[in-house]
Design a protein around this ligand. Sequence first.
Ligand code: GDP
Ligand code: CA
Length: 319
Amino acid sequence: MSFVQFVVLAGGTGGARFLRGLRAAAPDADITAVVNTGDDVTMHGLRICPDLDTVVYTLGGGIDEERGWGRVGESWTVKEELAAYGADPDWFGLGDRDLATHLIRTRMLDAGYPLSAVTAALADRWRPGVTVLPMSDQRVETHVVVTDPETGRNQAIHFQEWWVRHRAALDASAFVQVGVDAARPAPGVTEAFAAADAILLAPSNPVVSIGTILGVPGLREALLASPARIVGLSPIVGGDVLRGMADRCLPVLGIEVSAEGVGRHYGARAAGGLLDAWLVHSGDTADVPGVDVVTVPLLMSSPEATAAMARAALDAAGV
Ligand code: GDP
Ligand code: CA
């Protein structure tokens, strides 16, 4: 059997679950995940990479399945103690087990290791079974432009503050990738695209997960230079988002909250967009000119269902 290589662009929960299905569908394949780091944030002096951690914990068996983020069997003693001191911010969930990850990451970053090396070191423990790469070693942080309800002025806040603290309830007018101009794809990213037999866009948030990854200068060009087919999976099922608030992000960019809306946003590779094929959920329809639209079940309701979905994506990629 020939040795096959797949690359997946991934955010947190949707990306991680999909990667688990792909690993099951293609156990012998060499899989590289290029993961969004735009959600990364520093809190209490610690560097936190939510999407990288979700991917590594999920694939390594350490995730809290119900919550979809953080460690299983978590306790919250440090968080309670911080609250007792009145320490800000108090709205971000930092579990005791999870803290060990952030402590090690911060220490390594402070010692001068790039995020890609830190991620590899953390993955050494979790053995995710795929190569996990941050989209970039440079810091790129998504900020959200919102109107302060009190002053009426526009203000940019960190994505985490908008998403976690405000539950995305403040109307956003733009997403800004702070630091993106100086960013480059992390080591291994462009090489993985060049060697890929298939490139898959996980059913992740099209704006603040996939969109952020694609915003890294040079990354989109490297992706499109790949000889592999590019196949996307819709995160919108039956006109709605699953497990999240992506419906709050799409309209900011004028994208309709539908499988067709997101497919058209990504666009046909043949027409300056990204996609060779677009997978939409059974019962959904999408007319995306120049793209092969495939209708299959896209609910990651069980490991088997997710693996079948990954198999369908590989079929659409021609591998
Ligand atoms: P985040 O970083 O944790 O927000 O996760 P991602 O960006 O990777 O994924 C969030 C997206 O996953 C949301 O837009 C959901 O609509 C999508 N999603 C979650 N579960 C499913 C599922 O079972 N099927 C599909 N097709 N999409 C899903
Ligand atoms: Ca995320």
